[in-house]
Design a protein around this ligand. Sequence first.
Ligand SMILES: [Zn+2]
Length: 656
Amino acid sequence: MNRSLAIIALAALVLVAGCTKHSAPKPATADAGSFDPLKAFARQVFPDSVSATRVADGTPGPAYWQNRADYTIHAVLDPASNTLSADEVITYTNNSPNDLDYLWLQLDQNIYRAGSRGAAVYGVANPNATDGYVLDTVETNGAKTLYIVSDTRAQLRLAQTLKAHSKITIHIRYHYVVPGKSGGRTAHGPSKNGEIYDIAQWYPRMAVYDDLRGWDTLPYLVSEFYLDYGDVDYSVTVPSDMLVAGSGELVIPQEVLTQTEMDRLAQARLSDKPVMIRTAAEVNDPLSRPKQGGTLTWHFKMANTRDVAFGASKAFMWDAARINLPGGKAALAQSVYPVEAAKPNAWNRSTEMVKDSVENFSRRWYPFPWPNAVSVGGPVGGMEYPALVFDDMTMHDATMFWVTAHEIGHSWFPMTVGFNERRDPWMDEGFNTFIDVFESENFNHGEFGPKRDSEFSPKSAHPADGLIDLLADPKAPITLMAGDPVIEKYRHPVSYYKSAFGMVLLRDTILGPDRFDYAFHKFIRDWAFKHPSPSDFFRAMDSAGGEDLSWFWREWYFDKGTYDVAVTGVTPAKGGWQNGATITVENRDAMVFPLTLDVRFEGGRTVRVKVPVEAWMRRTGALVPLLGTKPITSVTADPDHALPDHDRANNVWNGP
Ligand SMILES: [Zn+2]
């Protein structure tokens, strides 16, 4: 379980109340299954090399750079035609040491075109295909620019090279039809009092040019995103009866809110309990809008972000509460949702869940860096954007909590620590699922804990046991697999559950909470608003955690394997039990872990013994010497089910 506070003693021998002399039997030499110490403890080479941009200790190097994308967007959402039209200016800063002759843009809406590569992945035609982005104008630095479109990417072929350390302005006018429910991560769908729009991937965004592979041009097929940071200033014009909830901060609220709503928002900023900003009774009340007829423009700004998204509907109720952040800072938790979702076990508690999750993740891992955290109840069932999430309006009870906490957790991974989700889904999904485990234990004194949902240990009380079938499955992908080739059957089990459990193992079984938390906190701080690779993570944990964890990185992330330990014998020391004993524990499969033994002596005294992984470094059968004066009556390996041991029958040795 996740509460285990096992600290691994790093002595070569296991000490119980001090170990002096012992007489050990001969080491086991028999071939115990497929465990090969020379293979298990070989050096693991990481895929990305160390350079001036990325240091061997897993930190950004002195020459680290990343490009910057700032956006100013004026959009009009027309619900009559479900069309979004916009005028976008991207200010792109080339912080790299290289001159760029061309730029790549991400045109994610093109995934909805008939014949897109994304459709090819599924092998079925999209009956609700759209035209994707229709680009009306593409200019750079004020002049028309040559460009080509390839699926969800566009290459801008620059008339003049973008020199290193210089900026370019890209101006695009475009429109697209918002996909209906089939849009997946962005969609519109009905509610009792009107259509709800979950608007995302709604503006051409810069592809990332980085020091790892130059332009990262993986098309948008299924998996999520990789984006540069910058400031986004955007406005959305909608019919005056609609509310817009957006990433970032609403600028000039008096243009779009009534005085009553602004007063209630001010009240919410001081309240730990949710305050209604727009009640169910007010949803169809014209007095809840500052203007009748025509349109209103909602203006938002968000600093230092990799994306923005928004929800829009005339059906929204709205509530908010203060988020208390470390250092006396505050932010605002908000939820918008239709009246039919407002139930005591459902969206009435959304803001409470958003607030608690943000406070918990901020306290435990890294302070929430934005002024608002918003959950939008609508047609999209669980999708994250920076400081704003789309959650299924029909959710309730434990699922409501687990999904809300999970989507909000993505504001840490990958929104603050800027992972490449398309290539490394195990980082954003796995690290987020890992921090969700704590939030599930903590929320309202464990009301919905422990986390046992579709993302983490869906079928087993012990998360380690729930992974046994996956580890034995020859078709399961390795943890390091990119997202797109992984079929749905393995998506949650591998990038969420197995990856998150790898972090649980690292924290509870391998490093211990103190060393893990120090190293992981440092990794988060070092890479906040940057682009760490898997290699950076492995190196950071090795260096700051203080271990060469090659064996663990290989078996859990780069490779696959199963795990089985067996307690095979207990031998009294020379001269009898009064001089102690030696326990033999065989490692029978490819994987190896530090191990806990519960040893029971005649008379009932039980001691807990920590066996470091080095015990199997030179042999398959570890010899665990133990001081004691009485005969040992039983030995139980992994008594807490911390490890995915597929044969527990051989974990227990009982004396005669
Ligand atoms: Zn997720």
